[in-house]
Write a protein that binds this ligand. Sequence first.
Ligand code: TYM
Length: 332
Amino acid sequence: RPRVLSGIQPTADSFHFGNYLGALRQWVDLQEEHQPFFFIADLHAITVEQDPKVLRQRTLRAAAQLLAMGIDPDRSAIFVQSQVPEHAQLGWVLQCLTGFGEARRMTQFKDKSAKGGEGAASVGLFTYPILQAADILLYRPAYVPVGEDQRQHLELTRDLAQRFNSRYKKTFRLPEPYILKATAKITDLQDPTSKMSKSASSPSGIVEMLDEPNVSAKKIRSAVTDSGSEVRFDAEEKPGVSNLLTIYSALTGREIPDLEEQYAGRGYGDLKKDLAEVVVDFVTPFRARTLELLDDRTYLTEVLRRGAEQAGAVAAGTLRDVYDRVGFAAAG
Ligand code: TYM
């Protein structure tokens, strides 16, 4: 079975609908016919300052949410990045293969360092995409399920894989991004031309998976809609309504033209009211299941330990090849 790999940062108390619809739902689906490795990217999280206690809590919350949404630890290795040291080790080797200018072209660094200025950003934030390349290449996956914002990092990953393979010996598989067009960029409910983002969106612009269901419902009902009154998918002219239709369609499995027809001659208000109900029905059991899992820390820790063991075995094999090929002396 082909491998898939992906990661998510534990930088919020809850995942949001962008994470879920853009990536995590595909993680769950891909489990069926692939061999999955899914991890919580705590090494990536510390590229910006984190409170240690909060980081630890959020890591466990992330694990609980992944299980609650249907990641099955008997099929998927789920693990915490820092528990598999090969990520950082391969990261170093790949940093030495990356051009400074090449790293500079990564747009996420430009966006994320824009606020405090480049001088205030950590070097880790700058080299972040190279660590991401290491995360991926260690497992030689066929697919990496992510949202649109990760596409550039996947391109860098492929470039580095190819460079290593041609400089030394074929070692890495070139991974394909797995990005579903319909949900590749879920946008902010209050600012529907920007992506829904834990760092950039206002609380009312984000639907959190773990919000109280009535809070989520309220956010949907107060989403910004567009001028006019016709419920029609048009990302250019009607970004707000189109985003709501995307979420509606993704959660119910109903096609967008079908929804457009249902709301023909009705207003945005009806659409929002119905979607709010769909969202409540979806988040209520998810939230309950996550909270239940969070009550059993022993189980969560055990799942993560097992995941790290499975991942570590694969990662160690790849790193051994890499160290050998770059010319590091064998440890005897
Ligand atoms: P992160 O933690 O920011 O987000 C996790 C996943 O959610 C997707 N996503 C979205 N998709 C659609 N619409 C949105 N508004 C939206 N917001 C977030 C992201 O594309 C991502 O797939 N660098 C990664 C974490 C990472 C990783 C990796 C991913 C580290 N190493 C290796 C894949 C492979 C990140 O910060 O994702």
